[in-house]
Design a protein around this ligand. Sequence first.
Ligand code: SF4
Length: 661
Amino acid sequence: MFDLKSLFSPEGACATVLPGWRSRPQQLAMAEAVERAIADNSVLLAEAGTGTGKTLAYLIPALLSGGKVVISTGTKALQDQLFHRDLPAARRALKSPVKVALLKGRANYVCHHHLQRNLADGRFAHRDDAAWLQKIARFAETSSSGDRAEAEGIPEDATAWQYAISSRDTCLGSECSHFKDCFVMAARKAALDAEVVVVNHHLFFADLWLKDEGVAELLPACNTVVLDEAHQLAETAAQFFGETLSTAQLLDLAGDTKRLAAVKAGDFPALRRAAEDLAKVTRDLRLAFPQNPVKSTIAELARYDKWPDALKALSSALDETAKLLETQAERDADLKNCFERAQAVQATLASWQRADDPDNPRVHWLETTLSSLLLHATPLSVGAMFGAKLTERAQAWILTSATLAVGGDFTHLKTRLGIETAETLCVDSPFDYPRQGVLYVPQGLPAPNTPDFTDAVVNAALPVLEVSRGRAFILFTSLRALEKARGLLFDAFKARGWDYPLLVQGDAPKNELLARFQKAGNAVLLGSQSFWEGVDMPGDALSVVIIDKLPFQPPDDPVVAARIAQAEKNGGKPFMDYQLPHAAISLKQGAGRLIRTETDRGVLMICDTRLADKPYGRLLLNALPAMTRTRKLEVVERFFASPLASPVIEGEAAQPVPHVL
Ligand code: SF4
């Protein structure tokens, strides 16, 4: 019989079985809290500082509990890491024979129906798609899982995959002739049979929570649900509890209808013409917005003069296509599927245009991308729906992340998720932050809303990059600032004869940029939102993280503006209750990229002087790791000049650290 104290002791099973594992009281404290929550079927919010080992801290008690467990992580990469590295480690430590399953979204599995149909059809957008599709067909014949990650020699991002997968819209379900040997259905069945299932948040909300066919029984059957990276939950839930209709979706429908009209309903040319018209008016709808990007609430759309007619034309083309599809639906399962998709799209479009439901306030808004237009209806709050689910049946819910609380206070997250009565736990990082890191807020920088702010950030960053010899992430809150800084840094590096590779978000896929950064050992990487979290770069290659501005959400974003207005209407204080805690958690995420192990050392430079000058800066500072704080460049210079010395210098970082740095 195992008990947690002995398992996590320096001589326990973890130490014996797991190479490099080290006993940490923080990890044991979290494991014990998780064990209690599972025993009581309660909801636990557990913030675990970097280096705690939170994954084992929930896996071990979850496996010991013996019931069915679903674990959801933030991304597919983290899901794979948990399934292939952490879960086997926990099973080894416990000698646990439990059945485990990795369940991904349907787009990760080959769909026999669409693969066969598109091979027969032979019409592709790119010249080499046909050859890749033949390879995918050979893979599908021999694979037992159909998981595209296992298709050796076929790039995961090959465009041909789009012809070999299904979507929720295009899957024929039980009417499919391949239903019995379908990879998606097999993966779902394996998940239902397993005792531990690993998913990601998108799949969790799209399929498990909203009960896509085939996995509806999974969540109710669980004894324990673990949601890792739980700081993302409110935003991800809002995405899935709302509705989105994209022009890409409409163009797919028009394209499929046109193709099927030619193959399956050649004697009914009106359908082909309707599909062509639908494609044309869909493209016109996007063209009603010549500029990009646009984000606008439905109420503000009147200022785009082409919009009303373009929307009317789309509605009537869609109605006509649906009407004609209905007359042909009985001829073929794919035509029937197109008819059902057209009906679903009609319903979403109508609901998007309707006035709001006072019981479920949503903001109806629109955004453009380079080639697409998306109509969203986003709930202003997910708390009622999310919170109700967590107490629906006797289950334990463990929500964890390195960043859930603001200075130990969980109110913000509890309110957003509707779980005011949840138990909470904060376990500190075992790192020695005052010795391992310096927080540097330069003096004399202009206010972040001044036009030359980015120039000033670059000028302040250069002396730091000089002493650190590159090895830096510079994280921006906007793409515009990132682009401006790219030019300024390129010129500055050239003028100084520096050969630090300058890597910029968007120039290559994220993983490739990170691999190049690690390999170079002296690179400077410029990133915006996607680099603020989920990046683990231990070691010397990353020794400086520079943040340009405090990461407040843009107040003119339609969803943010609507949430602020609603909070004001309800008599709340949106800045203190919503905007500030949100910024504190994002800042903590960005800062968390710097020190990843007990031997890492580095400088966190935050160029927004509101951190030191504004009264609310104290709250943001207190949310950050307790590094040595300074406003003097010479402290940074000394830190890098003597790699073995502590940055704690008398007079610079006396404790308690004053608010004004
Ligand atoms: S059931 Fe759906 S996913 Fe499976 S083969 Fe048929 S269409 Fe494809």
